[in-house]
Design a protein around this ligand. Sequence first.
Ligand code: 5AD
Ligand code: SF4
Length: 438
Amino acid sequence: MKTFYIETFGCQMNAHDSEKVVGTLVGRGYSQVQTPDAAGLVLYNTCSIRDKAEQKVFHRLQQFKREAGKGKVFGVLGCVAQQEGEKIFERAPHVSLVCGSASYTKLSELLFQIESGERRVTGLSLDTEETFETPLTRRDNPHRAYLTIIEGCDKSCAYCVVPFTRGPERSRTAESVLAEVRQLVDMGYTEVQFLGQNVNSYRDPTRPGIDFAALMRLAGQVPGLRRLRFTTSHPRDFVQEIVDAIDENPVLCNHVHLPVQSGSDSVLARMRRLYTRDEYMRRIEWIKRSHRDIAITTDIIVGFPGETESEFQSTLSLMDMVEYESMFSFKYSPRPNTSALTLDDHVPEEEKTRRLTIVQEKQRAIQIRRNSEMVGRVQEVMVEGFNQGTGQWIGRTSQHRTLNFTAPVERSPLAGSYLDVRVTRSSPNSLAGEMLTL
Ligand code: 5AD
Ligand code: SF4
């Protein structure tokens, strides 16, 4: 029997790519197993956004060095595959397949070559107008479905590998996206999350009048859909119409992830982010003026080359102004092919660590305050499951907050159902409450 094991690193785009890869493999007669030891084919779907992420796959491969020649086949997929290409065969000679996400349409063909005994096969072309969608996609979550609407990225942020690992931007047609949303609802999914490196620059290739806001409006009307989310946004392409669309239709979740990266104009210019602090804050004002309580989350990089103490302070002051619901923060990590490599004046590692700690402590204080404001309020949650350890149900609000709650035994909720919960307690990273039983 043909068996495979897959481990996924990185972002939601990668998680969803793996669902498509799993579907492709199952379609070729493979069955998925839960450990690399039990598998004939071992796949790593990799991330190269920071050096640490990239090193993980090489550690994994190292562990299996001795398996080479014993009939087990190893494959590296995703961003490290695209970035390192055939060099992976040198570093890990037992690898047979190296394939970037822009070549997944050819995956079935590549697998056929491996099955026919070829020792090394690659899918590394970035020159593509294709997007990879397959009716075979095997989604992990039975209630919330990821759906790719746009792939690749045409921006050139100075620190970022993504344009090199995922290729040029290409949108799917609105017709195919909407058909899939309908199909997902028919299959029982009630929440759909649109995915893309920069969903805001979505434009239907066949009907250019349909931009991202228009697509959201159309998808939000699909009968039976309870929640529609999207990630991730580039502030430059984030327009007022997106907030208007959220305002108009409660199916569109009240959450916007709007990565700012830095609060300093000079750092933003060096990062080539294509917006100023003021322009970013204008978008925050649009969001805050909405009659819905839209949660705003972000990504921040500290220690970008040349970041001075006063530039760093600008990031802290922006955090005070926005008061994000949550945040991912990172130390700048130099990446291959990126233009930031040519900038001088790298910030010492200890200083990056110090700044990261300051950002994270500040954010923790903001979250403690903001989450405590939720106590007493009633929120609708989608039930994600039950935590045996705490005896609580796990719920997710439209704002994408975790709201754990208790329910009377005789009214045990079903995973995937929606219900109202009164928030009774808050902690820095989540809320707790009780199911309303009226
Ligand atoms: N170093 C550190 N963080 C990075 N990110 C992207 N590239 C780098 C890098 N070279 C962060 C950004 C982005 C998030 C997904 O990862 O904040 O929004
Ligand atoms: Fe990692 Fe970026 Fe690739 Fe996602 S797109 S897997 S975050 S490098």
